[in-house]
Design a protein around this ligand. Structure first.
Ligand SMILES: NC(=O)c1ccc[n+]([C@@H]2O[C@H](COP(=O)([O-])OP(=O)(O)OC[C@H]3O[C@@H](n4cnc5c(N)ncnc54)[C@H](OP(=O)(O)O)[C@@H]3O)[C@@H](O)[C@H]2O)c1
Length: 351
């Protein structure tokens, strides 16, 4: 069996190190993907730093859950893809499905062909944060990782369905925020109010935001300002940052009967919680069984949505030295030094 280079988190809360992993055989219905580009996400440094949510069960572990590459082999029964196709997909935290390595596997139902208008580097910026936005807004109410159960805009009758209803999202310039804005626009929400550094205003308006409020606005003033700009009760909000402050701001912006999606576990003040406002803590991965149906439905349409510009990639910064560039990149993410961009590594360029 042939082997590949992989970046291992060597032990719990330990260091990263380059090693080798067996190139897996695709199971029936799966693709083996030669990864040309993989994106870094905050969850990757959080796992190393504090064993985030106990996601990793076994060490040494391979992280990384965003991939774009070429189909190298297809499993039995695969019908939608052939060897040589350019594909993008989300990974999972197992040695067969993680993406900080040169080859990975994915079920064909959860992969999409990359349209010609996107490079591998651009395509790999999309899967994880697109999934998180989509699951949070459109998945069913399933505890503990459900969604708001809105009608998906990529399905019959969903596009524009919420026309005229206001939407509030914190952190529009984050990778997640950018996808939330784009889905809110496809769903018809208007106005779409977000918080960000003023220098990002033009970029976020190009994605669909109608109002960009300075992220430095004090949390005590933000809810009233957002409600004024909304002009009608806000029934859907998304906290793409999910600090204690942004969570409480979102909750305060929300009207009774509304739903707010949090990207991290709730830190909303207990005293203000009411059953009349629903809090959704999203886990943005399409490989979790309760979320796979919405993922399959979305992945049927991803190629089209990306080709026609309904879903746009993030700005890309390619890291040097393939997989070996990842640890420094994760430190930069941890230090908050990445702004309106996604850090991308090319595993095949690992020295
Ligand atoms: N639950 C899930 O499954 C899931 C999935 C994805 C992400 N997340 C979480 O969601 C958060 C965002 O992830 P990401 O990958 O989208 O991050 P990211 O792209 O690395 O976020 C960086 C951006 O966020 C902006 N930002 C930081 N703090 C802000 C604040 N208080 N208000 C407004 N903007 C702010 C920064 O703005 P400047 O440019 O002004 O510095 C920067 O542009 C992370 O905590 C991540 O762990 C959770």
């Amino acid at each position: 069996m042939s082997s590949q280079k992989a970046l291992f988190l060597l032990e719990r809360l330990g260091k990263f190190g380059l090693g080798t992993n067996t190139i897996p055989e695709p199971a029936p219905g799966e693709l083996l993907v030669e990864i040309r580009a993989t994106a870094l996400n905050p969850v990757d440094w959080k796992i190393q730093d504090h064993d985030f949510e106990g996601i990793i069960q076994e060490y040494p572990a391979i992280l990384g859950t965003d991939s774009a590459g070429v189909v190298a082999k297809v499993g039995e029964g695969v019908t939608r893809f052939a060897v040589g196709d350019r594909v993008m997909h989300q990974g999972f935290f197992t040695t067969r499905m993680a993406t900080f390595q040169q080859y990975t596997t994915v079920p064909e139902q959860l992969a999409a062909k990359i349209p010609p208008n996107l490079t591998f580097d651009e395509a790999c910026t999309i899967p994880l944060t697109m999934a998180t936005a989509a699951i949070g807004l459109y998945n069913k109410h399933i505890e503990p990782n459900g969604g708001c159960e809105l009608s998906p805009p990529w399905e019959e009758g969903g596009r524009g369905k919420y026309a005229g209803q206001p939407f509030f999202v914190t952190g529009g310039s984050s990778s997640l925020g950018q996808h939330v804005i784009q889905f809110a626009k496809l769903s018809g929400f208007s106005p779409i109010i977000t918080t960000a550094s003023p220098r990002h205003e033009a970029a976020l308006k190009a994605l669909g935001a109608t109002h960009v409020v300075d992220r430095a606005t004090p949390p005590t003033e933000l809810p009233a300002l957002a409600r004024r700009l909304a002009g009608a009760p806000v029934l859907v909000a998304f906290d793409a940052i999910s600090s204690r402050d942004t969570q409480n701001v979102c909750y305060d912006v929300l009207a009774r009967g509304g739903q707010v999606v949090l990207a991290l576990p709730s830190e909303i003040e207990k005293g203000k919680l009411t059953p009349e406002k629903r809090v959704v803590e999203v886990f943005g991965n399409v490989h979790v069984p309760a979320q796979t149906p919405v993922g399959i439905s979305l992945y049927r349409k991803v190629t089209e949505l990306v080709a026609n510009g309904d879903i746009k990639p993030n700005n890309v910064e390619v890291l040097p030295n393939g997989l070996l560039g990842i640890p420094d990149g994760l430190n930069r993410l941890k230090e908050g030094k990445v702004s309106l961009a996604k850090l991308v590594a090319r595993p095949q360029e690992t020295p």
